[in-house]
Design a protein around this ligand. Structure first.
Ligand code: GLP
Length: 244
């Protein structure tokens, strides 16, 4: 679906999320949301915060699972995805802290596999993700599933692609400060969500969006695996869609 502006697309996505939250409130269930970081979803979070403040949308029945976190990464670091989510969403809504889940960038290396299995189990025990929102990296990554990721991959420690680290360099004040690894939900984890929305805005994403939507399905461009799912919607602005 192509929108005129990122704001129009973001409002559409925020409304979809709000509808899920309200449906679940009515049936006294938890809404289980898969969330993403990066510049792309910021306006979605802005709109959700607006709905909370102006329309009384409550997040008390919401459980969130973030896609990924750099490794190693202290939660309180400005560049952590914990800080990002607090700044853009969690500090401004009424979600109980214990209902927020973000991969832990402070774990000892040997504790990561058990943490990742537990992350998957927590999602499964809640009945799975009702919705997963995604951005896309210029390598074609979703979450931090870089080229080479398998379609059935689970939550795990991965090595970041050089292009991903170059793109993150601005946030870290230089590429050498960008962690070389991350913990990410897998493609298989993402695929289990009942609904998947991938968003992309602006012309810089146009060529990777063309590959993701129309290219050959291959682990070289992990987002192409989304072509295999019936539950995926690409929400784009005109510029991101211009090569389709
Ligand atoms: C990071 C995140 C991804 C995100 C991507 C694109 O690598 N781990 O989840 O999709 O950046 O970022 P942006 O939205 O800033 O273009």
């Amino acid at each position: 679906t192509v929108f005129d502006t990122p704001k129009d697309g973001s409002i559409h996505v925020a409304q979809r999320i709000a509808n899920i939250i309200k449906e679940k409130q009515n049936s006294k269930e938890k809404a289980v949301l898969g969330l993403a970081t990066g510049a792309t979803p910021i306006k979605v979070y802005e709109e959700l915060v607006r709905m909370h403040k102006e329309e009384g949308l409550s997040f008390s029945n919401v459980v969130t699972f973030n896609l990924d976190e750099y490794y190693p990464m202290a939660a309180e670091d400005a560049q952590s995805y914990v800080s990002f989510m607090n700044e853009h969403l969690f500090n401004h809504i009424d979600i109980p802290k214990e209902q927020i889940n973000i991969p832990d960038g402070t774990l000892k290396l040997e504790d990561i596999p058990a943490f990742c299995l537990e992350y998957e189990k927590k999602i499964g025990d809640l009945g799975g993700l009702d919705i997963q929102i995604l951005g896309i990296g210029r390598t074609g990554h979703i979450g931090f599933n870089e080229p080479g990721s398998a379609p059935n991959s689970g939550t795990r420690l991965v090595t970041l692609d050089d292009l991903t680290r170059r793109d993150a360099a601005r946030d870290f004040g230089g590429k050498s400060f960008v962690p070389t690894k991350a913990i990410t939900m897998g493609i298989g984890t993402i695929f289990k969500a009942r609904e998947i929305i991938l968003m992309a805005w602006n012309g810089k994403k146009a060529s990777i969006i063309k590959k993701a939507v129309e290219g050959e399905i291959s682990s070289e461009v992990p987002a192409t695996f989304l072509q295999l799912s019936d539950n995926v919607e690409f929400i784009l602005d005109k510029d991101a869609a211009k090569q389709l």
